[in-house]
Design a binder for this molecule. Structure first.
Ligand code: ADP
Ligand code: MG
Length: 158
């Protein structure tokens, strides 16, 4: 499993910027980790690659925020923490977004049964001995993200 440690907010933003160019329409990324782990900040890094970082805000109450990354590419930033069940996600048409752009889903394990077969999971953990350190652990279901994981592993340097 690929594991990357960031030592600051800036490094987490840089990690997001590094991964963003590998993401394509139809990709689903699930972000896991406690409150304050850095899930939303990582999304800011993804948006920063497209110069949209300053528009990033947490979709805790709206469930989904939509960003136009470029003319033919959207990013849907979900936070499903407040949903009771995956049925509720389906009821708001959540799964209909998946094919329309890149979907990044905070707390996506709560809707595990409606995620596509291929998904990239990023688990973010706080470090017990450094308040500015986070460990990002990557795993995926299916083969779709194998190349991304290989490339990020090879090219990850500050
Ligand atoms: P989440 O969306 O997982 O609840 P946020 O991204 O909203 O978390 O918040 C992460 C918090 O942790 C921010 O206040 C940020 O300043 C802080 N932080 C400290 N170090 C890091 C780091 N290395 N990566 C990400 N966030 C960090
Ligand atoms: Mg968040």
């Amino acid at each position: 499993m690929l594991s990357i440690t960031t030592k600051s907010v800036a490094e987490t933003l840089a990690l997001g910027r590094k991964i963003a160019p590998y993401l394509k329409k139809g990709d689903v990324i699930v972000l896991l980790g406690d409150l304050g782990a850095g899930k939303t900040l990582f999304v800011s890094g993804l948006l920063d690659f497209y110069n949209k970082k300053d528009e990033a805000c947490s979709p805790t109450f709206t469930i989904v925020n939509e960003y136009d990354l470029k003319s033919d590419l959207k990013l849907f930033h979900f936070d499903v923490y407040r949903l009771e069940s995956s049925d509720e996600f389906l009821a708001i048409g959540g799964d209909e977004f998946f094919e329309k752009g890149i979907s990044v889903i905070e707390w996506g394990n709560r809707i595990a049964d409606v995620l596509p077969k291929d998904a990239l999971f990023i688990n973010i953990e706080k470090s017990p001995d450094d308040i500015n350190q986070r460990v990002f652990s990557f795993s995926s279901s299916g083969d779709k993200f194998n190349n991304l994981l290989k490339e990020v592993n090879l090219k990850w340097k500050f």
